[in-house]
Design a protein around this ligand. Structure first.
Ligand code: GCU
Length: 662
């Protein structure tokens, strides 16, 4: 039986799957061959499209010469090993377009490939080409709480309303929207979701045991679109849930407890993906309390998951969050590398070390984490942040595709890029919630889509992905304007916020809006050290914290000297005077002034472009974005004026161009 396509609740934006995106498929004659649950999903999709556009769908007939425009064939390929569970082959000959796959997910991804191509999938001839994801795991971590947290609300660092999964303290009774979410994810290649916050609070800890049925219901809703469910768990679960006196990873009763709890999880969810763990990080429990290493901790959970083929994602975000700001010897940027490099090779095969892309915390500009290049004996996953905690909180337009692409293409050593080193997957903290536009700012949908497509192909051109998203979501008409407002938006955001890689300068706690010294005398280890003479953090080996030495050559040498360090990272690696001349030829202080004026001007221009799209974009969507541009402009001006005034007052150096600084 074909699975009906999920019905969006009234008023919910169809994002990149509006009915019009299915026009080319829906107007044609399609044959579907094969069996299995995902074939029913594919059938449901094609049947729905045909109903709208007058085409026809047939199951399991012989292809026949020219009888069908599209054949979606599961199991008919000669090269099943090469296609794998998720790959597909695409070809067009004699008036028929053919997608062959050897796994259900492959067939589904093949169908969405045809949808993306639209009419182009049905014109000319195309030699058979195989497509498969470069990374097996393409996952979203939802920082969603079941119970509304007194400080963080329901979704930690969430800017898109409440949780898609949880409502009124339990899993939603109506999971139709979750099904629709799974569908959107499949259409951009995402195949896994962790359904709760890495900070596992009291209520959420119980999802592992007596509340696993709620997780199973969510898993049931996501499964038809090939999305597997994962769960964040507390390392202290044996104590807080099991009543044991210890959570020591080498204790036999603890090991037994995890084995039993995990067995029960798989009874409820046979295709459960595994656990996500934040341990010994920002106050979370972990193996350090028992004098054990993080490999001991991760391997404990890996052993419990191993009989079922599950994976533990162990986060490398471990640092001292109670630092004394007077102590210049401790450098938070060094922490992940210092903790984990000595453990390389000690992790079980089904333990994945999940590393944030930068060494600090998702700032608008950071160097690529040196840890990613220093763990050849460990399966690594790279973690990105789609939720825009530090990049405008989905009130500012900040399309992160170019930043993520730079990260994924970065090579610590010539032989492999970050995209290739991420053998354990690419993961993003999700930016979606129950907001009618899914992501608060309608243009932030582009980040979610781009993440999925980059996880599928980390070396893909992000600009091409952006255009694909625009075409699907908006149809023809406003493409050029949309491209213009999104393409450079990350660099614009960087211009009006913290300069030259120095980071933070945000309001403490919620992290929205400027506060230059907000974290300067705090315990969090994120300082800029600005005084009357200069600014920046000396992370050189020669005179600083030594962080630059964590990189392989040539990066270690390049970052070591202010003369060779790339401008955009200068203040991350060096403390320099305001008069220091950048490679661009400008002084640091003049760069700060110029970029902050430019950043605001660029937002003003983008807002005008957006205004000019009225009439080409759905009015509700247009109005929501227009409203957010007002706030972005207000925010950008606030950033400009606070940063420029602060540095004029500190340095006493006037703006060469005599512009107004307060
Ligand atoms: C950031 C964020 C926290 C989050 C943490 C993490 O510090 O502000 O809310 O818990 O990252 O990644 O664990």
């Amino acid at each position: 039986m074909p699975l009906p396509v999920p019905v969006l609740p009234e008023g919910v934006d169809p994002a990149w799957l509006p009915p019009a995106a299915f026009r080319a498929v829906g107007g044609r004659r399609t044959l579907i061959r094969g069996s299995g649950p995902l074939v029913e999903t594919v059938h449901g999709e094609v049947a729905d499209a045909c109903r709208r556009f007058g085409g026809r769908v047939v199951r399991d007939a012989e292809p026949g010469d020219g009888a069908y425009d599209l054949v979606l064939d599961l199991g008919g390929a000669d090269d099943p090993e090469l296609l794998g569970e998720e790959g597909f082959a695409f070809a067009r000959a004699g008036g028929t377009t053919t997608v062959t796959a050897s796994g259900g997910r492959g067939l589904l991804y093949g169908l969405f490939h045809v949808v993306r191509l639209g009419e182009a999938a049905f014109t000319g001839e195309r030699a058979r080409e195989r497509q498969h994801p470069a990374l097996a795991l393409r996952m979203l971590d939802h920082w969603d709480n079941v119970a509304v947290h007194p400080v963080m609300g329901q979704v930690e660092r969430g800017y898109a309303g409440g949780s898609l999964f949880w409502e009124d303290g339990r899993a939603r009774g109506d999971l139709e929207r979750v099904r629709a979410y799974g569908r959107l994810l499949a259409a951009c290649g995402i195949n896994a979701v962790a359904v709760n916050n890495v900070n596992v609070h009291e209520t959420e800890a119980r999802l592992l045991t007596d509340r696993i049925g709620e997780v199973a219901a969510i898993a049931d809703a996501l499964r038809p679109y090939g999305v597997r469910t994962h769960l964040s768990v507390s390392f202290a679960a044996p104590v807080v849930l099991g009543g044991l006196p210890t959570a020591d990873p080498l204790d036999e009763t603890v090991r037994g407890w995890w084995a039993e709890a995990t067995g029960a999880v798989y009874e409820a969810i046979p295709d459960f993906g595994g656990y996500v763990v934040k341990a010994d990080s920002e106050g979370r429990p972990g193996p350090f309390a028992y004098g054990r290493s993080h490999a001991d901790g991760a391997n404990l959970l890996a052993a419990a998951l191993e009989p079922y083929g599950g994976t533990v994602h162990w986060r490398a975000f471990v640092y001292d969050h109670c630092q004394d700001w007077r102590d210049r010897g401790t450098d938070r940027a060094r922490a992940a590398y210092d903790h984990f490099v000595p453990l390389d090779g000690a992790f079980a095969a089904n333990a994945v070390l999940q590393v944030k892309h930068g060494p600090i915390d998702f700032q608008v500009r950071e160097p690529v984490s040196p840890l990613i290049g220093a763990m050849p004996g460990t399966r690594l996953a790279v973690e990105l942040q789609a939720t825009q905690e530090y990049t405008g909180q989905q009130r500012h337009v900040c399309w992160l595709g170019p930043m993520w692409s730079e990260v994924l293409r970065f090579r610590h050593r010539p032989e492999s890029s970050v995209g290739e080193l991420a053998r354990g997957g690419l993961i993003a903290v999700s930016n979606a919630g129950d907001d009618p536009f899914w992501t608060g700012h309608p243009l932030a949908q582009a980040n979610l889509y781009t993440f999925g497509r980059l996880a599928w192909r980390p070396d893909a051109d992000p600009g091409g992905i952006l255009d694909e998203w625009i075409r699907l979501t908006f149809g023809p008409g406003p493409e050029a304007g949309l491209h213009a407002v999104l393409d450079g938006s990350w660099r614009t955001y960087e211009k009006y916020t913290a300069p030259l890689g120095v980071g933070f300068m945000v309001q403490p706690g919620h992290h929205y809006g400027p506060s230059v010294d907000g974290y300067e005398y705090s315990p969090w280890g994120t300082y800029h050290f600005a005084d009357r003479d200069g600014i920046g953090v000396d992370r050189s080996v020669a005179t600083g914290t030594g962080y630059a030495g964590q990189y392989a050559k040539p990066w270690a040498e390049l970052y070591e000297s202010p003369d060779t360090c790339p401008d955009e990272l200068l203040l991350f690696f060096h403390h320099v005077s305001y008069g220091h001349t950048l490679n661009s030829g400008k002084t640091v202080i003049q760069h700060i002034y110029d970029t902050h004026f430019e950043g605001v001007e660029e937002v003003e221009e983008a807002r005008e472009v957006w205004d000019s799209l009225a009439g080409l974009v759905d009015p509700v969507r247009h109005a929501r974005v227009a409203e957010r541009y007002e706030e972005q402009l207000r925010g950008a001006r606030e950033w400009r004026d606070q940063i420029n005034s602060y540095f004029l007052r500190k340095s006493g150096v006037p703006d060469e161009r005599g512009r107004r600084i307060y």
